[in-house]
Design a protein around this ligand. Structure first.
Ligand code: PEP
Length: 244
């Protein structure tokens, strides 16, 4: 399979945008591919999957799932089996906005990952250092610490790790290609050492645009990109997908 392009719409869009953008993507050769994934707000997923993308190859991700596994008295929560039921293939876990705005911590993220694996969803775990860790030079230790919760997950099989330095998200700043390659190599080696039986992809995310996607996707150990802001503009997102 080619490299992955995952769009993270975050809390953006409305039904008009979902209708127009997804109909466009479903009919465009650059985007109608199984390695193009759209992480949509929950509310639009069923409509997108069963109506707009019915005969397309595009896959759907959710932006989060509950750390509670079983159905029950958890008002407002969505669990992994509901996502599976809705036709979701992937789920973001531990996006830096959820870590910083909602204080999601290690054990909650481990529970979310377990819920994803138990429901045959491929989790996309987001990791990445702050500008302080980058400048202090201890960013690899910081990322290793973020990955360490995976040791509690015996069912880890296929998963995606998205390297998203916090200082690059939505800022227009990106690490150099060598810096991206260094962290991608580090994550691949960590996963290979600890989970040699698992199928792992490592993505880069943070200010990916139609201008820089080509060179980022050309890094051998980078298996794709996670795109926030630029995924909201159909022309830019389509241009990014032309590279895979
Ligand atoms: C993101 O939030 O996952 C992201 C990659 O955002 P942006 O592309 O806007 O930096």
């Amino acid at each position: 399979m080619g490299k992955l392009v995952i769009a993270n719409w975050k809390m953006n869009g409305d039904l008009n945008k979902v209708n127009s953008d997804l109909s466009y993507y479903a009919n465009h050769p650059a985007t109608n591919k199984s390695n193009v994934v759209l992480a949509l707000p929950y509310l639009y997923i069923v409509w997108a999957k069963h109506i707009l993308l019915n005969n397309s190859l595009i896959r759907i991700a959710a932006q989060d799932l509950s750390h509670y596994r079983d159905c029950g008295a958890y008002t407002g929560k969505i669990n992994g089996s509901m996502l599976k039921d809705a036709g979701v293939n992937y789920v973001l876990v531990g996006h830096s906005e959820r870590r910083s705005l909602l204080g999601e911590n290690g054990q909650i993220l481990v529970d979310k990952l377990i819920n994803a694996f138990d429901n045959k969803l491929v989790p996309i775990l987001c990791v990445g250092e702050s500008i302080f860790n980058r400048e202090a030079g201890d960013y690899l230790e910081f990322i290793e610490e973020q990955l360490s919760g995976l040791m509690q997950i015996p069912q880890l099989k296929e998963m995606i790790i998205a390297y998203e330095p916090c200082w690059a998200i939505g800022t227009g700043k990106i690490p150099t290609l060598l810096e991206i390659q260094e962290v991608a190599d580090f994550i691949h080696s960590y996963m290979q050492k600890n989970f040699p039986y698992a199928k792992i992809a490592v993505l880069y995310g943070g200010s990916v645009t139609s201008q820089n996607a080509h060179e980022i996707l050309a890094i051998a150990n980078v298996n794709g990109v996670l795109v926030g802001g630029a995924s909201l503009k159909t022309a830019d997102f389509t241009a990014i997908c032309e590279n895979v």
